[in-house]
Design a protein around this ligand. Structure first.
Ligand code: GDP
Length: 181
């Protein structure tokens, strides 16, 4: 089955977004103690695709050894999933462009792994503010790439972006099925 991986900095709102997308409150636990998700969790959605919850990056208090371990696991995962359709990189709408996010996406680009940007917690500020941040990210990315990634504005609080993200996944899934047939 096709897979969609979700990843982002600690506290970006990944668990909340996963729960919002799947409408299953208990699926991914939100945690107040960061750094808890250390394993790669697969959730099967509608017998149709896998939602893959990848452990996040950017924790302040994580040792060098733990960071290296994380990089090893993530690299292994990213390079060995034949059915990985897309990595959804979660970005907190409220922060200025973060180096860790840009570096991670740059790496995905270099590896030829398709990805989209998913801006989280958009309800916390005005749409204009979120759009300004998106523009900032796209501007920085246009310095290195000709082709810019798709992006989604989301809120786990209001459900903003839910249909757009799920429609995108359904669209890619049907292309995948058509190719496989
Ligand atoms: P994770 O560590 O990336 O899985 O992040 P969580 O889903 O646990 O969320 C981190 C914090 O942000 C929690 O306090 C959530 O309630 C809050 N949060 C997550 N998503 C949203 C959102 O869309 N809007 C608002 N206002 N808060 C959110």
């Amino acid at each position: 089955l096709p897979e969609y991986a979700f990843i982002g900095r600690s506290n970006v709102g990944k668990s909340s977004l996963i729960n919002m997308l799947t409408e299953r409150k208990a699926l991914a636990k939100t945690s107040s103690s960061p750094g808890k998700t250390q394993l790669i969790n697969h959730f099967i959605i509608n017998d149709n695709w896998f939602l893959v919850d990848l452990p996040g990056y950017g924790y302040a208090k994580v040792s060098k050894a733990a960071r290296a371990e994380w990089a090893k696991m993530i690299n292994y995962y990213l390079r060995n999933r034949a059915n990985l359709m897309c990595v959804c990189v979660l970005i907190d709408s409220r922060h200025a462009p973060q180096a860790v996010d840009l570096e991670f996406m740059e790496k995905l680009g270099e590896e030829g792994i398709p990805f989209v940007m998913v801006f989280t917690k958009a309800d916390k500020q005005s749409t204009a503010q979120t759009k300004a941040l998106v523009t900032e990210y796209l501007r920085k990315m246009s310095e290195i790439w000709d082709e810019l990634p798709r992006y989604f504005l989301t809120s786990a609080e209001t459900g903003l972006g839910r249909d757009e993200v799920l429609d995108f996944i359904a669209e890619v899934n049907s292309e995948w099925k058509a190719d496989a047939a």
